[in-house]
Design a protein around this ligand. Structure first.
Ligand code: 9WO
Length: 258
């Protein structure tokens, strides 16, 4: 069971994503509780202002610290893990999502405007997470990405089905092999013959090999951390694809091109 509180100026933003698919089922099934709170409820004064001018000058408004501190004081439990979504945070990956799922309670802080008063990151948040090296208009979309990726690691959320097995390929540190469905032939584009063979040993081998080739071609740095068998390494060494790739030199299992 995972409890998630989200602090935002745009609570309606979360309605769609929470009403669909895996997240919706997890909430319905009692495996996940998500409460979305309007930060303005913790702002003071007649106008409940949440932003102010930036000290030191410059354009744009900055989110005031007090509403965040007051809201977290009201919402936190002993096990709460407070996360600020920020492009300056550590990069989210599958391992991080798994770790976050082991906390019983997450509080996600979403900023808007040009930024959030630094004291929120320094003294309130336990963690600062980025979903990638780009800026978006607020912390809401990143919070949803963190929530979705994390909820998938809560026991029971994926069931025992295909999705759970699917995810294990990322756990091996390789990219996914290609998937096909019917028709076997479409406008001259054919499904690889081996997948129609019914030979499951050969299919497993082919998929593993596709994952290995694909990873070397697209994300060679991932091979350095991947769990490779002697057979995997033998296969990669035997494959000539190396010579045509310009990205191979990052991999320990790949000769650098000339
Ligand atoms: C913006 C920014 C730009 C350059 C360097 C650091 C920065 N931090 C922020 C920031 O925290 N901005 C707040 C949240 C307010 C403006 C909109 N916000 C935001 C969060 N934009 N983009 C993100 C984000 C969060 C997580 N992963 C990727 C982007």
């Amino acid at each position: 069971m995972l409890r998630v509180d989200i602090l935002t100026l745009f609570p309606d933003y979360f309605r769609g994503p929470l009403a669909h698919g895996t997240l919706s089922r997890a909430v319905q099934g009692g495996l996940l509780t998500v409460a979305v709170h309007n930060l303005r409820n913790w702002a003071e004064g007649k106008h409940r202002v949440t932003d102010d001018y930036t000290f030191g000058g410059g354009t744009g408004m900055v989110m005031k610290p007090e509403p965040f501190f007051r809201a977290v004081a009201d919402l936190r439990t002993a096990e709460a893990h407070v996360i600020l979504l920020s492009p300056s945070g550590r990069l989210l990956d599958q391992d991080t999502a798994k770790d976050l799922a082991s906390h019983g309670h997450l509080i996600l802080l979403c900023g808007r405007y040009e930024g959030v008063d630094e004291r929120v990151a320094a003294y309130l948040a336990d963690d600062e997470i980025s979903i990638g090296n780009y800026v978006v208009s607020g912390g809401e979309l990143p919070a949803l990405v963190v929530l979705d990726a994390t909820a998938r690691h809560v026991p029971g959320v994926l069931g025992g089905g295909s999705a759970a097995v699917h995810e294990e390929s990322f756990a091996t540190g390789l990219l996914e092999y290609p998937h096909y469905t019917r028709p076997a032939s479409y406008q001259g584009m054919h499904v690889p013959e081996v997948l129609l063979s019914g030979n499951h040993q050969e299919i497993d081998n082919w998929r593993r090999q596709q994952s290995l080739l694909r990873t070397r071609q697209r994300r060679p740095e991932m091979l350095l951390d991947a769990n490779l068998s002697d057979e995997d390494i033998e296969y990669l060494d035997s494959e000539a694809n190396c010579e045509t790739s310009t990205t191979c030199e990052a991999s320990a299992h790949c000769e650098a091109p000339d």
